[in-house]
Structures are given as C-alpha cells and as structure tokens.
Write a protein that binds this ligand. Sequence first.
Ligand SMILES: Nc1ncnc2c1ncn2[C@@H]1O[C@H](COP(=O)(O)OP(=O)(O)OP(=O)(O)O)[C@@H](O)[C@H]1O
Ligand SMILES: [Mg+2]
Length: 854
Amino acid sequence: MSGSGTSRDEVIAKLIEMGFDDSDITEAVETVGPSFNDAIEYILNGSVRNSKGKSVSWSSKCVTENGKTLGKRTLSSANSLGQMRQASLLDHFQSGNRQKRGKRNVGDDVSVSGSVVSPSIVEEQKESYPGMDCNLKAESDSLAVSCPKEVEIGSDWEVKVNSLLKKHFGHSSLKNFQKEALSAWLAHHDCLVLAATGSGKSLCFQIPALLTGKVVVVISPLISLMHDQCSKLSKHGVTACFLGSGQPDNKVEQKALRGMYSIIYVCPETVIRLIKPLQRLAESRGIALFAIDEVHCVSKWGHDFRPDYRRLSVLRENFGANNLKSLKFDIPLMALTATATIQVREDILKSLHMSKGTKFVLTSFFRPNLRFSVKHSKTSSRASYKKDFRQLIDIYTKKKKTGEKEKSAIPQDLDYQSDTSSSSSMSEESRISPNIGDGYYYDEDVGNSPMGKEMSVEFLENDSVDDWDVACGEFYGHSPHRDRDTDRSFERTDLLNKPAERLSMLQEPLEDGLTIIYVPTRKETLSIAKYLCGFGVKAAAYNASVVVATIAFGMGIDKLNVRRIIHYGWPQSLEAYYQEAGRAGRDGHLADCVLYANLSSMPTLLPSRRSEDQTKQAYRMLSDCFRYGMNTSCCRAKILVEYFGEDFSHEKCQLCDVCVDGPPEMKNLKEEANILMQVIAAYNEQSNSMDDDDGIYSGIKRQKFMDRPNLKMFVSKIREQSQKYLATDLLWWRGLARIMENKGYIREGDDRIKFLEPTTRGLEFLKSGKEQSFNAFPEADMLLAASTSKSYSTFLDWGKGWADPEIRRQRLQSMGRNRGPRKSRKLRTGKSRKSNRESHTARGRIASKLSKKK
Ligand SMILES: Nc1ncnc2c1ncn2[C@@H]1O[C@H](COP(=O)(O)OP(=O)(O)OP(=O)(O)O)[C@@H](O)[C@H]1O
Ligand SMILES: [Mg+2]
C-alpha cells in the first residue's frame, strides 16, 4: 500500500486495526504525514530516515545464526540462563539494528513443510476454507504483514511488561503468579495456570501479544466470554477478534489469519478447522502462544466437559519446531482455569499432550472477599420467591427506609422455620437442561405483582435471551465503577486478610452493584425474572441490575461490581458453584454468594448424555455439592478451597454463615448411631442364613433378595423396634448416616447415600458398647427435621387419633381446607402420575413377593 492518496484518518484506522498503539500512531502520523508506509516505518524504527532505501523485501527470509528460516520477529539469542528467549516488541522498537517492513503476500515463501496436520483436518480445511490463499493474496496487496524476527528479551523484561501493563490496563505491577506464568512462557515452557476466579489469568496470555508483536491464539468455550474479552481489550487499545459461529462478519476470519489482530479468540472447533492457515500465520507474523482458557473443559472429570477440547492435542502436534521450519521452539501452550481438581489437572496434561517440562503455576483458590452462605428454600414456587427475594426487591427498588442499613445477607439462623416441607423441591419434569426444552412455561400467577404492575416480557419470551444477549447488553454498558481502579482492590484484599478488618466489614452494607441469580433451568430464569420485574426490578433485560441466568452464562466473564451471586437451586457440582460464585466481587470489595437450596431433598442431575462412568462421576460431584449445603460446622471457604486440593492456610474465613453464626450445639448421638449401626450390620452380617427366621431383622434379610437396602428401610426397622424414634424424621437419620459415613463407620454401597454398608471401624464401634462417645454437630437436614418435629408426642398418639371419630372429622376437614383447588391436582403431569404409579407398582410387587415367601 502506498502512502500517497490516503487520508490521515484512513491511515490511522488501518494502523489501529493492525494493533499499533494509539499514541504511537498519532505521533507517527503527525511526524510523517498521511503515508501508511512511512508511518509504519516510523513506528517500527523510530524515524522515517531509517526506512529510506533499506526496505527488506517481503520475499526475503530472515535467517538466524543456525540457518533456520525465521520470521522477522523471531530472532533468538541466549539469555543469562542459557535458554533462548523470545522477542520483545519494545526491544524491536528500540534496537538500532532493525530490519524493516516490506510487503509480501501471505502464503508466499512460507513453508509449512513437515507439518503433521492429520489428513482429516487437512481435508476439513480444504473444504471449509476454499481459495484461502487467493483471497489472502488479493487482499494482502494492501496489507503489510510483518516478517517475524526475534531479538533478546533481557532480564529487564519485567520492567517492559510493567510499562505495557500501566499503559494498556492501568495496573501498576504484575501479580506474582502472572510473573511466574510469563517466565515459563519466555522460557518456551508449557504452563498450567491454576488461579482463583478473578485473579487475573487473562493477562498471562494477553501480555505476550503486546510484548512480542506476535499473535496470541486463545481457545475459549463461550461466545459471551470471547466477546467480553475482545471488547475489554479494544478499550485498552489492543486489537482482538473472535472467530467461529458467533462472529457475524465473515471478513474477520481472513483478516485474523493475515495477522491483523494481536489476539484471536476461537472456540476449539474453529481452531481445529483452521490449523493450516494458523500454521501460515505462525510463520508470517508469528504466534507467540496458544492459550487454552477454562481448560477444565478438557476433562471428563471436570464440571463442564466439552468433547472438542479433548481434540486440542492437535496444537502440540502441528505447531512444533519439528514441523514448522521457522520455529526454533514449539509454540508454548498455556492452559488456565480456576476450577480444576487434582484428577482434572492430570487429565488436562495428558489430553493436551502438554510437555513433560510443563510448569505449574498455582495460587490460592481462596477469594477472601466472598461471603458464602446457604439457606433452605424449596426454590420452586411463588411462595419461595416471595420469601427469598423480598430483600433483593427492596434493594433494587430502593424501598428501604432512609438511613436503614442493608441487612446482612448472612442468615442469623438458617431459615428453618418456614418452607420446611420435606417434599422434593422441583418436579422431575421441570428440571430441563439449559440446552433442552425450548418451550417456555409460565406459572399462572408469577409476575402478577401485588403492586398490580404489568411488565413487558417480550424479551423474556424471546428464545434469544441467552448468554450472548445478556453479555452484549449488560456487560458492555458503561460501568458505574472504576474500570481502572482494580489496584485498589489489592489494598482491600490485603485488609480483608486481617481478622479485625474482616469483622468490621461484616457490619458494613454491601456496596451498590449487580446481582446474578443462577438457576438450573431456562424455565426458571423466566419465572424468576418475570417475578422480579413484576416488582419493578430490572431483571434479565439489557442493562439490568439483576441477571437471571442458567449455568450457560458467565464463565470467565469479568464484570467488576457484581455484588451478589445467588444460586437458586442446587448446582451440579462444587466446581460449577465456585466458578459461578467467582463472578462476584471481582473489584475486591465484599460480595455475597448465597445458595438457596432445598435442604430436605437430594439434588437431582440435570439431563445430559453421559456414559455410565460419567454418570457415576456426576453423582459424586453432586454429592460433594450436597455435603457442602448440609455442612453446619466447617468454614465454607475452607471446604471450597480444600475441594480443589489446597491446604486452607487460614483457620476460617470469618465471613461465611458458619463462621459468623458458629456451629450448632454439639450432640452426643451415640444411642442413635448405635441403633442405626445395629440394623445396618444386622442386614449385612446376619442375612446370610435365610433359615434363621428368628430375631428382629428377619424381614430385612428376606427383603435383601427383593431390593437393595436403603436408609428408609433401616429407619422403618428402627421405628418398629423402638417407639422412641417414631417421630424422628427420615431426614434426621439421613443426616446421621452422612455423619457416620464421614467418620468412616459406614460407606456408600453405591454412588449416593442410599445403599449402606458397615465398615470394620463401624463394626468395632458397635462392639465397643458404651465406652465410645459419638459427638457430632447436627447437619442442616437434621436441624431442619428437628425444627419441624410434630406437635404430637409420638406417631403412636397421632395414629390413635384417627380412631376417634371427632378427631378424624376435624382432621379431614382441615386437610380439605389446606388442599388446593382440585384444578391444581389435575394439572399434575402425566409423567408424575406415571412415576407414582410405577412406585406403587414396585412397592406392590415387593409386598406380594414378601407375602408369598411368608
Ligand atoms: N496485575 C494486576 N493488577 C491489578 N488488577 C489486575 C491485574 N491483573 C488482572 N487484574 C484485574 O483482575 C480482574 C480479573 O481478571 P481476569 O478476568 O483475567 O480473571 P480470571 O483469573 O481470568 O478469572 P476467571 O477464572 O473468572 O476467568 C480484571 O478486572 C483485571 O483488570
Ligand atoms: Mg478468565
């Protein structure tokens, strides 16, 4: 492209598009005038004089000492450690011994010989990318693509990075883990970065693009996340784009592959499709790094498995020094996540074929400003919404009395008194996967607010309300909070680590900010948003203060002032929970993470295609999440960080509901543990002989052959044996069984606490008689059961009551009053009727088999 005949604005626009810094562009254009080539020369060489007559033709190759063909920005030299370092763009700018830009057609003179692109991938590319070279040639006449050159990055690279950091992002220094990740990359090592949500992992892969002028390719799982990051980067003067199905402009892909963006975000499917052109890019402008963000998606054992992430081993196979001539080193892989258990980490290394020398960069998963709590709620009805969202509605509709401080979202007491029915929180049919069930359903009365406000729900009824829309709308509005004030959050976080400061923070109200409510199904996003809108809360719409979302929304999204993350219904795993909770408090200021869940029933898995192994794993993860909810005695932050294999260095977080309220009174549950242990042991040990019909467990022994033993069966046996326990709810025994399992007395015979077996330790406990005590903190379901204990002294008395005609008449009358209109019963779906029928049939079958045996 010649400079003549081009307007100043056109030159500026082109240079911005190519990723040069605003201030450099302005200075260059002011100095050399509206000449594209001169401006580039000025930016790269510091003056126009150097460019005169010395241009290197694009067709000439840069040759290193060892004769390898290198790009302009990939000249290498040894650093103090004797390792080869990659180039810094600053070095390049400042070096007196510079080569200049010329022109070339991408694809010309670039050899990708020796590449090991698998045949299937090559075929895919031929098909999906026909005529790529021609297109690029045509367009590249007007485009200068730099020939990579490496220069030494000295030991002062940190100074350079800090200056870039300040200039582009407004931060004063790198965090330690960011330094470690960058050092690993500079030494050409693969790197696995495990750092808390909101800690700043993105900078680890964004800086290399700024430092070298090469392209960084980021593999990311969500369009909304790519969009969020590109948008942020553009605000910070870094050119970035995202490719794939979410990209509306089909020219962007070609531009990206010509090296016009410093950072390219792609989903795994797209990067696999683009291997060949990316190889060309690696040999023209150069690729500094492949970053695989949210890398837990690689693992089947993780919470958000994406099969295409597993195919990313193609990056290692196709971008090595052995198959790309111009490379001296394999292009490093940087894998990043905030939620990988130890098992998931191993899987990541193996699946991506990361090198043996992969560096682990590990920081604490602890988020000191997040205040975790759990509250009981059925989460399924308008009555639950009314109780649970009252405070939220007050906050956003500013109906609080003037001067009244926002009440702590931490419950003073787990709210056991209301909404305590032990029925399942959600019918099976309403648990629709976010991907399934495109029809929406409305509860008749949801949204008819008592204030009589009608709401427009057009946007809610629109199928396109998904993560993309919310992200476009909400997350790109101007933040009322300081975007460049994140350094303040460091001070704040440090203060949060001081116990006295943390306690005083508890007295403070939360700052203004946004709320995200996570629910399991799309149906519920609509119900809740509609309910909140009915009260005048801006929910789920663009620029909303409350976003009601399924789990499809939010991974990685960096919005500073999210003050509350509310999970309304059980998450599917602690990984997912912590990931989503991680959207809160990214400015370092106090934020609430409240889980409303039905503590009286086991959570269920959302439908999804899973193998048998995956189903087992999914149940294990769900069970860990359930235990988190049931916990009443251990700091919640401790449970969460230890789940990820970290030793929690603080005794407790001092912010969560357990730390603030303290555990419930410890109880000696020896008698109850003993009797439960007896029935379990009796079932397991004495049922071998079917001839022995004496003894209290004979019924259980027979039943073994009809059904697998479960807690309900054991509890009914206990009730038969001891009137004392007639009124003790199954819920209570379930909590005790879990405690016994934690102590190692019983174990799950299956994937959930359903099938119980005694352990040797448990049998020893049984034998030890009165000597051993069994002190434990009652768990949430036990407290819930105790709070709803029946007013009658025993079930026996209650049962006898039915024999009295007057009592029976009164009871029937009151049941009739409490029962809803018959219409609601009719509305029960075929599915629930069917499951009832099935369970009756199953029960009937067992009963008839038992009676036949007798
Ligand atoms: N060195 C730094 N100094 C101050 N703030 C920083 C620094 N690095 C990153 N940040 C800020 O941290 C915030 C979170 O960054 P980022 O989105 O990269 O987090 P993340 O670790 O990727 O989180 P997630 O796991 O949720 O994706 C950003 O707003 C960013 O500006
Ligand atoms: Mg991130």
